[in-house]
Design a protein around this ligand. Structure first.
Ligand code: SAM
Length: 227
């Protein structure tokens, strides 16, 4: 199976037994409104089955989230695509993902940014994801372990921060680790319902746009929900 992802555009090819299903998934995402060609290309190049439990791999291209252990989930492809599209990536970004989980979102991001740091509170997920990234040759991804609500200041500031767990409010320490002009995509609970927020930094001011409702596991940490 060829599964190498490069950042040089559209040379990626993947010829495993799931190629047809992956193409159908990409078409479904287009129908659901994903228009960013680079995002679609990246989704079409990542073997999602590698990030799932073996027993579920035949379902890897359904547009659904699935359990990955410890009550956590691999995100739904539409949500991964939407959040990635909202980040408006050009390719030169230094990016932080909070919530490595299975590693799938990080793999989708890796071909679209210069450097990706992904932080996870559970060691076991981080180690597993690191192994898969190595296997795939995703050399621009660094796996960190810890409470992502504090951020990763020593590696920042970041052009983009993507939070893949639902927080009780916009996480201020993370927003402060954005570069001027940087943006953060994060699910935040409002009136009992999670919805995607895009926070854009302009100097010392932050503009917040609210988008689609979503359903993520809780963001647990000092600036998140209590564990
Ligand atoms: N991005 C993941 C993927 O593609 O599979 C999905 C992530 S899963 C929905 C959310 C992850 O966030 C879980 O693995 C959870 O352990 C992690 N998480 C929750 N709170 C966290 C925190 N404060 N810091 C780091 N990771 C956190």
């Amino acid at each position: 199976m060829e599964s190498r992802v490069t950042r040089d555009g559209y040379k990626r090819r993947l010829t495993d037994k799931f190629a047809g299903k992956r193409e159908k998934l990409v078409n479904l995402l287009k129908e659901k409104g994903i228009t960013d060609e680079r995002v679609l290309e990246s989704i079409g190049s990542i073997p999602r089955q590698m990030f799932m439990e073996h027993a579920l791999e035949y379902r890897a291209y359904e547009d659904l989230s699935f359990p990955i252990g410890r009550g956590q989930t691999i995100s739904r492809p539409y949500t991964v695509a939407l959040m990635t599209q909202l980040a408006k990536l050009a390719g030169s970004e230094i990016c932080l993902e909070v919530g490595t989980g299975s590693g799938y979102q990080a793999a989708v991001l890796s071909g679209l940014v210069e450097k990706l740091y992904t932080i996870e509170r559970h060691n076991v997920f981080s180690n597993r994801a690191r192994k898969i990234f190595n296997e795939m040759g995703l050399s621009n991804v660094a796996c960190l372990v810890g409470d992502g609500t504090i951020g990763a200041k020593s590696y920042g500031p970041f052009d983009v921060i993507m939070v893949t767990a639902g927080g009780p409010k916009i996480c201020e320490p993370l927003a402060l680790q954005l570069k001027d002009g940087g943006r953060m995509v994060a699910p935040v609970v409002e009136e009992g319902q999670q919805c995607l927020h895009v926070i854009r930094r302009n100097g010392n001011s932050f503009k917040v746009s609210k988008g689609e409702s979503c359903s993520f596991v809780p963001l647990v940490g000092v600036h998140g929900f209590k564990g």
